[in-house]
Design a protein around this ligand. Structure first.
Ligand code: 26M
Length: 810
């Protein structure tokens, strides 16, 4: 990229301000400056984008396509500036022009085309692909409404629509010439051709146009710019010649039709762990995969002068969870019906192209679609899945006698439903979990029969996060300090963070890390003050739990502990405790009643604890509304404690754990997901592990759980907290939190909140003591940063590239 100086950038901003906005700097709004700066960055990017695409067209490279219903990209201006090598220059130029960089960056709407972990992982992977010079692109949907905006009103979550495209989005380019047609419904007609083969014709289908919008994905200081292609659903406009369509009696019918088509890319479904068989969601999935596969094949034909039978030499497609797994029958359909392949030849190609990532073992999240719905909406796709199933089941029957009894647990279609995970496994050459323990559970429990059938397909790829956004950009003070201590090589090779270990006992040096953390805590404290009017003690322990709200993630355990601490302070007002600030951020799926109750409980506890004079500011509870990527960027650099307290075996990996570790927070966690791999590296002495293990949890489940009521009856601390929910000060009119109370005592505490309560409390006591010993604490913190390089998504993507995708750097 061209190297702009602060002065030339300033001049360029001023010039563009006049030419684009007709304004001088003193009349300019933050928004004007945002658009002007974005357009300067875009000019830088466009050249490299063009060049990168041109390189890929020479046909030498194998390319990977990441298909995902979600890309949680967040804001792009600062990260594009960073990756173009212009961030520091731009910040300086903005300040000299009288603007606070943060004010300019926050003019951009946080693009929330994803729910949580799965969508953010996709965004981190794209950043790493480009930064490592890999030819890899994303395909997704350009939802008109992203994940809802959360407001807290009287302690309750209220959802507002996220119309993120209200202002022009400067990073996207509409590409009409690449539009494709997608067909739904209709009838399939079969003909026998002269050579005896079958020909299929689709009649009376509903046709929808998929129009791509492209977003550049800029690599870090390497001139690579890949593409995130998002599809938008539109009506196919037929020109009826007389231009009088409006006047015709078809007008309202047409508007209705248009509306139902545009709904396909209308909104992101706001669930991240529960599945509902809504037809519109199935439409979205097919819309994504059909447009993407058509596009991938078109480019294969353009760039490679090879027969389609050799597709797998140049193309690999990763499917992000089962959501895009209709891509498998869609590729079969095109190969057979449009390209004349036999079943066997089409299958050989398909099963060498797809790789599937599983992100959860929660049974309520497993996607299955009703056969009837699938047959009606996607008749030809249904026929193909049916045949995949027939052949697969026959294969088991004849070649795997030992699995005959399990056939209904393996079949792609069983009991009137299409099982998407089974389709994905059968149709892919690779199946991976997202952390070591998760992959082991897949192999030994959830998918053990498939593992018997196809041991060679299963592999682990532990998740990662981009250290560029989550350290360099979100925490520039820490990044600069690290560079001062160990030099700048770690930026390109994050594993070199390990050199920090040498300094973790140097007390003068670790003090500097302490100062950076303290400055970040001050910034967050100001944000909290501005948004909630609450003053928090900057010297208190910032204890952070930020993630979607779910029972298995156990925000409830966290808030129970807070209630317990509050009770202790009420009983012994002069207790000498280390002041603590408990910070929460969490969205609940709009239909998830219990999750919303927990949000209400956290806010209710906050409203009591924060204003009780007996507490004397030693305890604060902060619920930050509308948790999203940009809020995460503010909270994570200020965290002292990272709460990763899922019921063991339930959290596939987690990625917030990695982000906070990289920013020097200490993990308080169960032996679950990637916490285990953090523990491998830093050991017991550098994190706080507590609670049941996955084996213990699974054992209890096999034996009908444990006796939650016994703990209620024998542990006074637990009894007091629960009774307070049911009737005491945290309830209003005796009804408030009855659902939580009943869920624990009458549904036998399905997520082991009471069972893990005491060990959790003890872990907190250790934390309190450790925090008072500054040098030990700082040593632990620096040790965590030192080992965190292993969790850079550069490492993860490199492993996908060599072990699954077999692609090379360009
Ligand atoms: C399914 C059907 C209908 C509507 C929405 C969904 C759906 C959407 C997102 C289901 C699950 C979704 O995401 C699951 C998810 O985010 N899983 C998390 O993935 C992370 C990245 O691998 C892991 O780190 C987390 O542990 C895992 O919970």
């Amino acid at each position: 990229m061209t190297q702009l100086t602060v002065d030339t950038l300033k001049q360029e901003i001023l010039r563009k301000l006049i030419s684009d906005k007709g304004r001088e700097v003193k009349e300019a709004t933050s928004k004007d400056i945002y658009y002007v700066l974005a357009s300067i960055v875009n000019e830088e990017i466009k050249q490299q984008w063009f060049q990168t695409r041109k390189n890929y067209r020479d046909g030498k490279n194998k390319e990977v396509y990441y298909l995902s219903m979600e890309f949680l990209i967040g804001r792009m201006l600062a990260s594009n500036l960073l990756n173009c090598g212009m961030l520091d220059t731009a910040k300086e130029a903005l300040r000299e022009l009288g603007f606070e960089p943060e004010d300019i960056f926050s003019e951009e709407h946080d693009a929330a085309l994803g729910n949580g972990g799965l969508g953010r992982l996709a965004a981190c992977f794209l950043d790493s692909l480009a930064s490592l010079n890999f030819p890899g692109h994303g395909y997704g949907i350009r939802y008109r409404y992203g994940l809802f905006e959360q407001r807290i009103i009287h302690g309750n979550q209220v959802e507002l629509p996220d119309y993120w495209l209200k202002n022009p989005y400067p990073w996207e380019t509409r590409n009409e010439e690449e539009a494709v047609v997608i067909q739904f419904h209709g009838d399939v007609h079969m003909f026998k051709k002269n050579d005896g083969s079958l020909e299929f014709e689709y009649r009376n289908t509903d046709k929808v146009m998929a129009v791509p919008y492209d977003i550049p994905i800029v690599g870090y200081e390497n001139d690579t710019v890949n593409t995130l292609r998002l599809w938008s659903a539109e009506v196919i406009h037929q020109n009826n010649g007389d231009g009088l369509l409006e006047a015709s009696k078809e007008y309202y019918h047409d508007l209705d039709h248009q509306h139902s088509i545009e709904q396909i890319s209308g909104f992101l479904y706001p669930d991240d762990s529960s599945y509902e068989g809504k037809e519109l969601r199935l439409k979205q999935q097919y819309f994504l995969v059909s447009s993407s596969i058509q596009n991938i094949l078109k480019h294969f034909k353009q760039n490679h002068h090879l027969p389609l039978s050799r597709l797998a030499e140049k193309v690999v497609i990763q499917i992000n969870d089962t959501h895009p797994s209709l891509a498998i029958p869609e590729l079969m359909r095109i190969l057979m019906d449009d390209e004349g392949f036999s079943w066997d030849n089409a299958w050989a190609v398909t099963t060498n192209v797809f790789a599937y990532t599983n992100h959860t073992t929660l049974s309520e999240a497993l996607e299955t679609w009703s056969e009837e719905m699938m047959q009606n909406l996607l008749p030809r796709i249904y026929m193909i899945i049916d045949e995949i199933n027939e052949r697969f089941c026959k294969g088991i029957w004849f070649d795997h006698e030992e699995l005959r009894d399990s056939i209904s647990e393996l079949a792609v279609i069983a009991h009137g439903r299409v099982h998407m995970a089974r389709l994905a496994i059968v149709g892919s050459f690779s199946v991976n979990g997202v952390a070591r323990i998760h992959t082991e559970i897949l192999k030994k429990k959830e998918m053990r029969n498939f593992y018997t059938l196809y041991p060679e397909k299963f592999n682990n790829k532990t998740n990662g996060i981009t250290h560029r956004r989550w350290l360099l950009q979100a925490n520039p003070k820490l990044a600069d300090l690290i560079t001062d201590v160990i030099g700048p090589q770690w930026v390109k090779r994050p594993k070199q963070l390990i050199s920090l270990l040498k300094y973790s006992n140097d007390s003068a040096l670790v003090d500097k890390f302490d100062q950076v953390k303290h400055e970040n805590k001050k910034v967050l404290a100001n944000y909290i003050h501005q948004h909630l009017g609450i003053t928090v003690d900057e010297r208190s322990i910032f204890d952070v739990q930020i993630k979607r709200l779910h029972e298995y993630k156990r925000q409830l355990l966290n808030i129970f502990h807070v209630i317990y601490l509050y009770n202790e302070l009420k009983d012994n007002p002069n207790q000498d405790i280390t002041p603590r600030t408990f910070i929460f951020g969490a969205k609940a799926a709009p239909s998830y009643h219990l999750a919303k109750e927990v949000i209400k409980l956290i806010n209710t506890v906050a409203s009591i604890v924060n204003y009780d004079p007996d507490v004397r500011d030693r305890l604060k509870v902060i619920f930050l509304e509308n948790y999203n990527v940009s809020l995460a960027e503010k909270i994570i650099p200020a965290a002292d404690i990272s709460e990763q307290i899922s019921t063991a075996s339930k959290e596939a990996s987690g990625t917030g754990n990695m982000k906070m570790m990289m920013n020097g927070a200490l993990t308080l966690g169960t032996m679950d997901g990637a916490n285990i791999e953090i523990h491998d590296l830093v050991g017991d002495q550098n994190m706080f592990i507590f609670g049941l293990t996955a084996d213990e949890v699974l054992h209890y489940y096999q034996h009908g759980g444990y006796h939650a009521r016994d703990l209620y009856n024998t542990d006074d601390r637990i009894k007091r907290v629960l009774d307070q929910l049911n009737q005491g000060e945290f309830g209003v009119h005796n009804i408030e939190f009855k659902d939580i109370y009943y869920n624990i005592l009458y549904h036998n505490d399905p997520y082991f909140v009471l069972k893990d309560f005491e060990p959790y409390l003890e872990a907190h006591e250790l934390i309190e003591r450790a925090y008072r010993n500054r040098n030990t604490w700082l040593n632990m913190s620096v040790t965590n940063i030192a080992y965190s390089g292993k969790f850079s998504s550069d490492q993860t993507v490199q492993e996908y590239a060599t072990e699954i995708w077999k692609i090379k750097k360009v």
